[in-house]
Design a protein around this ligand. Sequence first.
Ligand SMILES: Cc1cc2nc3c(=O)[nH]c(=O)nc-3n(C[C@H](O)[C@H](O)[C@H](O)COP(=O)(O)O)c2cc1C
Length: 246
Amino acid sequence: MSEPFFDYIRANTNTASNKLYGLEEEEKLYARVEYLKLPDFSFPDVQLRSAMLARASTRSFVDQSISLNKLSQLLGSSIAVSNDSKGMRKYTFPSGGGLYPIETYLLVSHVESLTPGLYHYSSVSHSIGLIRNIDDELRQAMRVLLRPMQTDTLPSLYILMSVEKSRCIQKYGSLIYPLTFMEAGHRGQNIFLVAAAMGVGCCPIGAPLYEEMNKALILDGVSAHYVYGLAVGLAKRNRNNTDSHD
Ligand SMILES: Cc1cc2nc3c(=O)[nH]c(=O)nc-3n(C[C@H](O)[C@H](O)[C@H](O)COP(=O)(O)O)c2cc1C
């Protein structure tokens, strides 16, 4: 007996139709959008052990903005290009085949100096571009993302990840499904640990909100689709300075 999902993955990993896809290597950039370079940052000067022991899911946030410097440090230390020398880009997380098929979006509610809305993050240039001003659909998406956390206080922002299939399907076929989910997990843990090191609250959101998030991110859901999200903000502490676990 084998599990049908894995049978499907194995049977469709190397098909002729996969080879019809072009291999797109670069990260996505929105041509008509002006990207804003995030402030210079340094990695949090905290021992790995302390960050790992401090990591815990936060589901209650205070209605207070995080600074642009903090956002820059969080993204820069977790998912930005960490070395761009000798013609080879390096990141602090691994990627199947070194193809980096995941894109990052920021659904911003309240971050100092940023207009609320949807931003695309360039991990190559460590910059953000506003691709969609806040509107009713984005406000609704923020509320939908609160449901799996069972809270009603909006975090400062959500970090949302999507997969660009054309960057990896030619090589891996249906294997991209587990591979991209694994990579999203690696990226998520980086973000989570850096947030913990900075004393910033974070909660992963694994609920299958694919349709809602594809709509918010303006993705067709086929060639590119939402995969994983994290809520980020300043934590509301209870008396024991801990957050409850689901
Ligand atoms: C892939 C994944 C998805 C998750 N999705 C949610 C979620 O939708 N809502 C939520 O409140 N917590 C979510 N969590 C957080 C878990 O509930 C949490 O990690 C677990 O209770 C252990 O608590 P800790 O993270 O504080 O150690 C998710 C965790 C992972 C790894």
